[in-house]
Design a protein around this ligand. Sequence first.
Ligand SMILES: Nc1nc2c(c(=O)[nH]1)N[C@H]1C(S)=C(S)[C@@H](COP(=O)(O)O)O[C@H]1N2
Ligand SMILES: [Mo]
Length: 217
Amino acid sequence: MADDLPDDSKLTRSKRGWAEAGKFLTGHAATPQGERLPPGQHLVKNWPVLDLGRQPDIGLHRWKLAVDGLVERPLTLDWDAFLALPHEDRVSDIHCVTTWSRYDNRWKGVPTRTLLDQVQPRDEAVAVMLHGYDGYTTNLPLADFASPDALLVREWEGKPLTREHGGPVRLVVPHLYFWKSAKWIARIELIGRDKPGFWEVNGYHMRGDPWGEERYS
Ligand SMILES: Nc1nc2c(c(=O)[nH]1)N[C@H]1C(S)=C(S)[C@@H](COP(=O)(O)O)O[C@H]1N2
Ligand SMILES: [Mo]
């Protein structure tokens, strides 16, 4: 599936170039406790759409989410099983590596911790690889994925998450740059050694902390 990703699209080429040039790096340090807006970011009021240009249309009747890899009890949820899990509401900010940030997004979804409790990660699991229905992948440390603020989101501002923003379900990990928050999520794979996903192969950071300006590798 990942073979036909648009590796040579204009977007991929220019973002790879930014990574090589260190574009948008201010060199200023900041801390999460201090400024709300991370260094090098500016605020937007609208919510931009960013993806590789393919927005898969996944009907709820055929939607599935797998959680597997280094876990004791691999799990595949269909839509009804997902709805039956306890949901929570969270408000968080978005920080995109292309320098826009958007405050106060109201999400509803299932905490990642709820899924992790069900699958029981093995001791060797240190990172996760996220797979989207569009073939996108992104990696992050298991500890970040398990953050109490991380949600598998199905509603934004009280309405079903739209397809362009990754509906029916996307990840939101608010303390990392937004490329880690996989849209149209299909699979959460727990892995024993961190390895790069789509943007990480193209020069982007393995962790992606906005306050540390971890934009590029
Ligand atoms: N499946 C998938 N998830 C993805 C992407 C993608 O191309 N495919 N793009 C990432 C990037 S680079 C960003 S900035 C955010 C954008 O989310 P938005 O379109 O809802 O703003 O989604 C991230 N998650
Ligand atoms: Mo992005």
